[in-house]
Write a protein that binds this ligand. Structure first.
Ligand SMILES: Cc1ncc(COP(=O)(O)O)c(C=O)c1O
Length: 321
């Protein structure tokens, strides 16, 4: 280390600094990734990157000496539930802003999802105090997709039981069958009943990169929010997970609390917001988007498309596509 002073004016030169930082980091990170990639000539079995594989991280998280008991036992479940909690709390705060202050205030909210949805939907309902009884599980058709007639019946039933319909979760790529729910039909039902329409594209949302398979997401543009995990089908190291909403300001509206010692710089609607943490339930987090950006540069659009197409080719070779 030298004693050199880094001269900078953070406020004036933030964008320039980021650009120059990226330029300096890019070759190093690409080098780091190539050394961890068994398909490359540069691959080194004992490279540092190799230790950042999901298996290694899991080992770290489950190491008795390192973390406390709750997380130690179920590391994956903790990540899953955090994602879902963010979705619900957004849906609740956007549809019923007073819940930020009053809580549910005697309201009983109902959520709807197909019987083949991921179990984290139910866990998050428990964690948010809605209770697992607030999840109305909707029947599926033979191909594993949500039966929309059944969704309509579930909404009717829940209303008769005194619930307020809040949120419908559709899945793009169900965990077991890989089915894509009928998004356009579900969007119409959501509109009719003033439901927040979420798509869990944790797995199957990644098909957006494949010109051959992206049509499976038809109607996803009607969703209020979408989850997508590049750490699944795109092979970006865990965790790399996103909750997408139409505008970044939606996060602020749903989540922001005044914490001026930390968050600042957005005095009005027109100003860009650099304090993204203000719009989440967390505070300090890793920048998953940076990981995704680097992977995108490394594999490229076609590389991602090939990964997706390959996954579907494998599915064809073992059963129904
Ligand atoms: C459809 C679906 N949603 C959500 C999840 C949870 O994903 P993660 O915990 O990696 O965010 C899974 C995991 O398999 C899944 O298949």
């Amino acid at each position: 280390m030298t004693n050199e002073t880094i001269e900078c004016d953070l406020e004036s030169y933030r964008t320039e600094e980021l650009e120059s930082l990226l330029k300096q980091l890019q070759p190093r990170i690409l080098d780091y990734i190539s050394k961890a990639d068994p398909s490359r000539d540069e691959y080194q079995e004992d490279s540092l990157g190799r230790y950042h594989s999901p298996q290694f991280l899991k080992k770290e998280f489950t190491d008795d000496a390192k973390l406390q008991s709750g997380i130690r036992k179920h590391p994956q479940e903790v990540f899953e539930v955090i994602d879902k909690v963010l979705e619900y709390s957004m849906a609740r705060a956007m549809k019923y802003p007073d819940t930020k202050i009053e809580g549910n205030n005697g309201r009983r909210f109902a959520i709807y999802s197909s019987k083949h949805c991921h179990y984290s939907v139910e866990k998050a309902a428990i964690l948010l105090g809605l209770g697992s009884g607030s999840l109305f599980k909707v029947d599926i058709l033979e191909d594993g997709t949500m039966d929309v007639a059944s969704l309509k019946q579930a909404i009717k039933k829940s209303k008769l039981e005194g619930y307020i319909p809040l949120y419908v979760n559709a899945t793009a790529g169900t965990t077991v069958f890989g089915s894509y729910d009928p998004f356009e039909e579900i969007a119409a039902v959501a509109k009719e009943h003033d439901l927040w329409f979420h798509i869990d594209g944790s797995w199957g949302g990644n098909v957006i990169f494949s010109p051959t398979h992206s049509a499976k997401l038809k109607g996803s543009e009607l969703a209020d929010s979408i989850t997508v995990n590049p750490h699944k089908m795109l092979g970006v190291p865990t965790t790399c997970s996103f909750l997408l909403v139409p505008h970044v300001v939606d996060f602020q509206n749903a989540m922001s609390l005044s914490a001026p010692y930390l968050f600042h710089g957005r005095e009005n609607e027109l100003e860009e917001n650099f304090d993204l943490a203000d719009g989440t339930m967390g505070c300090g987090r890793r920048a998953d988007s940076f990981k995704f950006y680097m992977a995108w540069i490394y594999f490229g659009q076609n590389g991602f498309a090939k990964r997706v197409d390959h996954a579907f080719d494998i599915a064809k070779s073992v059963g129904k596509p």
